[in-house]
Ligand binder design. Sequence first.
Ligand code: ARG
Length: 592
Amino acid sequence: MASVPSLASAVEQRVSAALSSALPEAGAADPLLRRSDRADFQANGILALAKKAKANPRELAGTVVDALDKGGVIADVEVSGPGFLNITVSDRAIVETLAARAGDDRLGVPVNEHAGTTVIDYAQPNVAKEMHVGHLRSAVIGAAMVEMLEFTGETVVRRHHIGDWGTQFGMLIQYLLEHPHELDHKAAGESSEQSGEEAMSNLNRLYKASRALFDADEEFKTRARARVVDLQAGDEQTLALWQRFVDESKIYFYSVFDKLDMDIQDPDIVGESGYNDMLVETCRLLEESGVAVRSNGALCVFFDEYKGPDGQPTPLIVQKSDGGFGYAATDLSAIRDRVGNLKASSLVYVVDARQSLHFKMVFETARRAGWLNEDVHAHQLAFGTVLGADGKPFKTREGETVRLVDLLDEAVDRATAVVREKAEKVGLSEQEIVENGRFVGIGAVKYADLSTSAARDYKFDLDQMVSLNGDTSVYLQYAYARTQSILRKAEGRSPVAHPELELAAAERTLGLHLDGFGALVSEAAAEYAPHKLAAYLYQLASLFTSFYEHCPVIKPEPELAVGENRLFLTDLTGRTLAKGMSLLGIRTPERL
Ligand code: ARG
């Protein structure tokens, strides 16, 4: 089903039509319609058009007003300031537009006619390493973008570019070969089902032990380096052990993603190793085309604009002088695969801002090589650092990276305590308390990440995250639960739109905000800006709270039509909150 056009777009169309009749040479000019506090909408576009046409803006505005179709939708229009239009819509138009949305599960979100295929690179932890808060951000922001893009009609291919290749595997594999008993770490009779935590602690133990040996024993170091060569040459026994590390790590990754209430599929995990077969050719193509040149044996790409502190150009190293391929060779090969085979029209990388230089160089190299062109848009959705309460990069008191799992568990614990406090009043069972605790705790972590613009650093502050007041997910979840509780309590009455009614101020603002959902989701998806959706939902919850304070729905019982109409607004608010939250990957419990 096509989505129902918004009231804002109906107003925009009318102003546009009036504009082109008042100033035919303006053609299909954008009237720059915005929501406004002074009226319902303000059109700001006339000023610039008047300037261009060398006309008097106030006069032009007056002509536009005369030409404006004022029946039905537009109740009042006024010229203000140097040539703005303040537009008030009719109450009837608000309710009628929203009523048309009653059976529309897209809630006014249009399907993008120019949708293409986006390959999104997100949730990319590293094999045999603990996940940290940076991986959390990539996973959370990436998953929200996947949902938002898919909902607006984009074909989305997920790629989890895990770090599953590199010299560190030489050390790990060699250690395992020399300590075969470490392979059978599970005692006989123990169940073969391994928990994520066990998998990670095994890997950690192996990592530490092999690292210690590597640092202490020169001969082991030499053997470990030789093992890297075997691995790259595809030696069977070496590859089999490497695969064990990958498999064990995946058990751990999945356990974390599961905790995060996130659906990650095996076929979408295409790590660095997935591009091994392309590396030689990538280098050959770069070298033959002259995009890359040999410099002291290494294959490098040079840029005028990127210089090190010593003023010397910083090249992108595609192949090291010892013949090894690095991160850049893999990323360049991945671009060839994503554009050439997956037919991407957009490439999005949800990666830490500290890797921005790498991506700038990789994109520029790919452009020079012709793998990226005007038809393919590559974008790093760069995110900032997660800070501790002290404003420094998030670490434990001992200066170690904080284990993601511990953080999530603590968030759930705190959230469960918050849920428990109100549980009796709401009549929640123990099982519901536990389940809601998870939804609230994980939602809190996700929302805190998604509600500030990705590029900014943010403070990881659990107290603030699970607070009931302020811009938190639990505030939104409570607003949703309230809509559902009102609907349950409205015995005998159902949500019915009544366009004939005059609306109270709080009903109008709520209604107009609901009207903007479609445009907002389109904008946030196109700009890769989930924080805009978060801000919209927070405002929706706030407007609903004030609507609920000023406009009784159940008690004191309003007149039938008024009550039904308010239930209608309540229902639409609930559905919009639930949809928006689900796009962000956050659950909305029915009772809280
Ligand atoms: N595994 C990397 C890390 O932990 C992130 C990978 C980002 N994606 C990419 N295509 N380079 O930092």
